[in-house]
Design a protein around this ligand. Sequence first.
Ligand code: HEM
Length: 126
Amino acid sequence: MHDIASRDDIKVFVDAFYGGMKSDDLVGHIFLDVMQVDWSHHLPKMYDFWEMLLLDGSHYKGAPMRPHMEVNQKEPLTMAHFDRWFELFSATLDAHFVGPKTEEAKTKALNIAQTWAYKFKLINEQ
Ligand code: HEM
């Protein structure tokens, strides 16, 4: 096993992550039923997003919080959703890669997941 070093590596873990996500009992239906995600659109966006965070890529142009606000209006997002999201993300990385970039990916994902989980907690308690 090696560390994450290229866009091709990012494709490997993003594809594996969302592949596993679809059958997850807690979050899978949000992608499949609640939002009916178009994967041909979503996956390249996620390659861009992670390339920006890990390899200084500049393709990602977006507002990452926006679709989650939409999800939250249809089905409130909870700490449990974000915990599961991170658990799957972290396990997917560990199954494919090892090294400092891989650790950086986990730390960045955890920071974002915790920040958003807290934001949605505040929004949903109002
Ligand atoms: C409970 C956990 C989560 C759920 C259920 C969720 C679900 C979704 C859904 C349904 C979309 C829209 C896909 C589409 O229709 O194209 C989306 C987009 C996205 N998600 Fe998540 N997500 C979660 C957590 C996260 C976390 C923790 C991150 C970052 C580390 C993240 C990053 C993104 C990004 C970058 C996009 C694309 C935003 C854009 O349109 O530019 N998500 N997510």
